[in-house]
Design a protein around this ligand. Structure first.
Ligand code: PLP
Length: 414
């Protein structure tokens, strides 16, 4: 069976050959991995980079005067340059390594929010957010007396610049918004939203956990103040994320964690802190993870983020066409505006976990449930969805197998 697609600018077969897991059988069938919204598979160059650090270097960074430590430091610092380049960060110090996108939001919420938010100030967000970009804001609002306000959603969870403009007030201090919904793939018009927020004197944090993995992103074009993203969703390992922040903002924020490596001078009763990124990276970081993330960035850049986004767009189009043939299917999300390669649906009254289990029996991996987005599920009036999410290695055959397997769900559950 051919996996080639006339629409794909890169050699899909060769890319697939880079991912060892794609040769595994699941329940005796070839794996169709459609859970990229949760995490991506890892290609050989990424695995090799992580293993090579662990096997051949292993030393800690920044502290050693010996060769192994110097080698570790060079690789770690190179990965930071790659991370900056990947999102077009203009200045030094603007890419902080974290353990996840979640941790990166928490740094902004608590290091920026606790210092600058006052009672009555407003944090503007949306019901579409992943819990990672909601709960830290709920908590910082509770601690500072700021109010959490929500943009009014249009059909299927659409967010327009006009709806954000209508919700902005003179008390809005920060807009916390997704770059791409992990439930529907919808991409709000971030650049327009940033311009509107800045006009009101508010800053903007974008949750790029989905966006950065699947689309070319440039923070200067988007004009955002903070952008968080996640290594494991973009062919990198788990345990590493990135916080982009404008340098002046980061250096005005208090560190969240305190200890070694983030200090200039330490006295008995106080210490002076380094500038970003070091002020937010105390302790030994995830060195192997950061180095492997650097390899993931290079891997994706070589294929081209434009080409990847285009491939996913065509898969999405094809999947929407094919899924329309499935009896009793309900698709969620706006299908106008820009959407990435994520499809959420339900099949009649069949429980999402039952759908997922039948698909699993066919070797197809999807996510089921509320996708860390309970307020959005409530807005849609449902408990959960089945979510199929694509990446650079997925094929039309994966979609065809999904459609056939959904027929099997109907046979089993009537
Ligand atoms: N934001 C979105 C939109 C996500 O989809 C996820 C993960 O599913 C996160 C944030 C959290 O990312 P991480 O796993 O890096 O903490």
């Amino acid at each position: 069976m051919s996996t080639t697609s006339a629409h794909t600018r890169y050699d899909l077969e060769r890319v697939r050959a880079d991912f060892p897991i794609l040769t595994r059988k699941m329940r005796g069938k070839p794996l169709a991995y459609l859970d990229n919204g949760a995490t991506s598979l890892k290609p050989r160059p990424v695995i090799d980079a992580e293993v090579s650090y662990l096997r051949d270097i292993s030393a800690n960074i920044h502290r050693g005067v010996y060769e192994l430590s110097e080698q570790a430091t060079v690789l770690y610092d190179e990965a930071r340059e790659k991370a900056k380049r990947f999102i077009g960060a203009p200045s030094d110090g603007e890419a902080v390594f974290t353990k996840s996108a979640t941790e990166a939001v928490n740094i902004v919420a608590f290091s920026w929010g606790r210092k600058f938010l006052k009672p009555g100030d407003e944090i503007l967000t949306t019901e579409v957010e992943h819990h990672a970009n909601l709960i830290p804001w709920q908590e910082v609002a509770r601690q500072t007396g700021a109010h959490l306000r929500f943009v009014e959603l249009g059909p299927g969870g659409i967010i327009t610049a006009a709806s954000v403009e209508a919700a902005l007030t003179e008390r809005t201090r920060i807009v916390a918004i997704t770059g791409m919904s992990n439930v529907t793939g919808f991409m709000p018009p971030v650049a327009q939203i940033s311009r509107l927020a800045h006009k009101r004197g508010a800053i903007v944090i974008v949750d790029g956990a989905q966006l950065v993995s699947h689309h070319p992103v440039n923070v200067e074009e988007l004009d955002v103040d903070f952008l968080v993203w996640s290594g494991h969703k973009m062919c990198g390992p788990t345990g590493v994320g990135v916080l982009y922040g404008r340098r002046a903002l980061l250096n005005n924020m208090d560190p969240l964690l305190y200890g070694g490596d983030m200090i200039v001078r330490v006295y008995r009763d106080r210490a002076e802190y380094k500038e970003a990124p070091d002020r937010f990276e105390t302790g030994t970081p995830n060195i192997s993870g950061v180095i492997a993330l650097g390899a993931a960035i290079e891997y994706l850049e070589e294929i081209g983020m434009e080409a990847i986004a285009e491939h996913e767009e065509h898969l999405l189009e094809y999947a929407l066409e094919r899924l329309a043939e499935v009896d009793g299917i309900t698709l969620y999300g706006p299908r106008e505006g820009r959407c990435g390669g994520i499809i959420s649906f339900n099949l009649g009254q069949v429980h999402t976990h039952d759908v997922g289990s039948v698909l699993d029996g066919e070797g197809i991996a999807v996510r089921t449930g509320f996708h860390c987005a309970q307020p959005f599920m409530r807005h849609l009036g449902i408990h959960g969805t089945v979510r199929a999410s694509f990446y650079l290695y997925n094929t039309r055959e994966d979609v065809d197998r999904l459609v056939t397997a959904l027929g099997r769900v109907q046979e089993v559950f009537g």
